[in-house]
Design a protein around this ligand. Structure first.
Ligand SMILES: Cc1cc2nc3c(=O)[nH]c(=O)nc-3n(C[C@H](O)[C@H](O)[C@H](O)COP(=O)(O)OP(=O)(O)OC[C@H]3O[C@@H](n4cnc5c(N)ncnc54)[C@H](O)[C@@H]3O)c2cc1C
Length: 485
């Protein structure tokens, strides 16, 4: 194993990526041992998370980071352009030969890592030594492989293997940065804020700072974690942690989440026996690791079906007759199916959607409308504040039946039954589809059964863009035909 012995008297660069935090950041902790340290962020036009909602989050996360750094007597250099090229230029200008960063796992980040190594090798300032440390995950994707080195395709054995091998972090890392002169640039000039009025409405829902992430985590662990198993499927309940955007931008680390739970409830073995809610929650954190494991070993799955047999599936395209209008209605939350519309409107209004409803709207798009899952995945990447290429690809391919550990294609969610089961009092639908506020509960999830006069009173709420039962039958027939061919 190579020993780590950089010359600490020489200046170093720490490159912030999707780890916009000062606490529990391994690469930053190592970099901070240098006497002189430059902190750098590169706004790369090829980044995966460049959707409108992610850009909104990034804008505020960078602002918060700059503020936190200023309090500690440091500043952030922001470079705009291709990551490797910009970092190389910066290192040459500042005579730096040591670079620290979190390792990247997505296809784009892995290319960046490779380029940083190649470009750095012939830097004018002398070969640039790169130190990549465990990124925004609990463990490296290779760690969780089977004994023969191959990746897992099913979550349960992946999880069992992890529990057997052991991986749980024991403590968070301290970071003490050296002081540094200089001013950070004005984040407003980066043009990250969307111009469509999201700023105000998102700001009412989120506080994208590292300290807010930790406060929200503490509150979740104290109040909601033990009831997570019972509450996590109820979209109107604050039963889930809403850690996803903080995790996506690394303002909280999964290690900090794990440690917060084990400090409050004990080791995993005790949690499994005594706190089923917390155990289920920690397994969800491991689902995120599973998504990273899959994307790492199958990088094509952000664009292509994981199951090769599905690559010829006849997904409908938006240029087919009537499909553009259907896709538009889905995006706008005007499908006439209340739980689907509530989810899509929650997404537009808050930049986030409850997991149960993500599954319902995804199933509706790929099965009832028969549309290509990539349209849905692209829309989510654009509108989710937690947009994450690994979890999003896995989630969409799960719904499409084409991914690892996926719902079988013939499992078509019935949105009416999903609504009646998980939004029993209708409060979720009524929050986001206020036109239906006066509809009696027994018809709230199927307003098309209302008498015409009452339906007319529902403020122009549309009729369903497809018949749920016919479209279900058509989806199953499409699948059967595909299998037979
Ligand atoms: C079609 C579809 C698309 C999705 N796209 C994304 C995405 O772009 N980004 C994203 O972070 N999640 C995505 N998910 C997974 C999941 O919906 C969100 O992680 C979750 O809703 C976030 O809310 P939370 O933080 O309150 O979750 P909690 O229930 O509190 O869970 C805690 C954490 O565990 C992880 N987690 C939970 N469920 C999953 C899951 N099914 N897959 C992977 N990790 C999970 C997340 O990091 C989450 O923050 C998607 C799911 C589906 C079905």
């Amino acid at each position: 194993m190579a020993t780590f012995s950089p010359d600490l008297s020489k200046p170093a660069v720490f490159l912030f990526r999707r780890d916009l935090r000062l606490k529990d950041n391994k690469a930053l902790a190592l970099a901070s041992m240098h006497k002189k340290l430059h902190l750098v962020y590169v706004l790369d036009p090829h980044r995966e998370h460049q959707g409108g909602a992610s850009s909104w989050w990034l804008h505020h996360a960078l602002k918060a980071l700059v503020k936190d750094l200023k309090k500690n007597g440091q500043c952030l250099s922001i470079l705009v352009g291709e990551t490797a090229k910009k970092v190389k230029e910066f290192c040459e200008e500042n005579q730096v030969s040591q670079l620290y960063a979190a390792r990247g796992y997505s296809p784009i980040e892995r290319d960046q890592d490779a380029q940083l190594i190649t470009l750095g090798a012939d830097s004018k300032a002398g070969a640039l030594q790169t130190h990549f440390e465990l990124g925004n995950y609990l463990f490296e994707p290779e760690y969780a492989c089977k004994t023969d080195g191959s990746p897992y395709l099913v979550f349960t054995p992946f999880w069992r293997n992890l529990c057997k091998k052991g991986f749980a972090p024991l403590h968070a890392l301290d970071v003490a940065l050296p002081k540094q002169k200089g001013e950070s640039p004005n984040i407003d000039t980066l043009g990250l804020l969307p111009t469509i009025g999201w700023d105000k409405q998102f700001y009412e829902c989120w506080s994208p700072t590292e300290s807010s992430a930790l406060a929200a985590l503490e509150q979740f662990v104290q109040i909601n974690a033990s009831a997570y198993k019972d509450q996590r499927d109820i979209p109107s309940s604050p039963g889930t942690s809403r850690m996803s955007p903080y995790l996506a931008f690394g303002q909280v680390s999964p290690r900090q989440i794990w440690i917060a739970c084990t400090e409050a409830f004990g080791p995993l073995s005790k949690i499994e026996k005594k706190y089923p809610g917390v155990y289920t929650y920690l397994k969800e954190i491991a689902w995120r690791e599973f998504a990273n494991h899959l994307l790492f070993f199958f990088p094509r799955t952000s664009k292509e079906e994981l199951r090769v047999s599905f690559q010829k599936f006849p997904w409908k395209k938006q240029n087919q007759k009537g499909m553009q209008a259907k896709l538009k209605a889905w995006k706008a939350g005007n499908t006439g199916v209340p739980i689907v519309d509530a989810g899509m409107r929650q997404l537009w209004q808050t930049g986030w959607m409850h997991n149960r409803v993500r599954m319902v709207v995804a199933s509706f798009l790929v099965k009832n409308l028969g549309l290509d899952w990539r349209y849905g995945a692209a829309w989510f990447m654009d509108t989710l504040v937690d947009a994450d290429i690994a979890s999003n690809s896995m989630g969409w391919q799960w719904a499409a039946g084409s991914g690892a550990d996926a719902a079988p294609y013939f499992r078509v969610f019935n949105p009416t039954l999903q609504g009646e089961r998980f939004d029993k009092q209708g409060s979720y639908v009524k929050t986001y589809v206020p036109e239906l506020s006066d509809v009696p509960l027994k018809l709230l999830h199927k307003p098309w059964e209302l008498p015409p006069m009452e339906l007319a009173a529902a403020g122009g709420y549309p009729g369903p863009i497809v018949s749920l039962s016919d479209s279900r039958k058509q989806a199953l027939a499409r699948y059967q035909q595909f299998k037979d061919s």
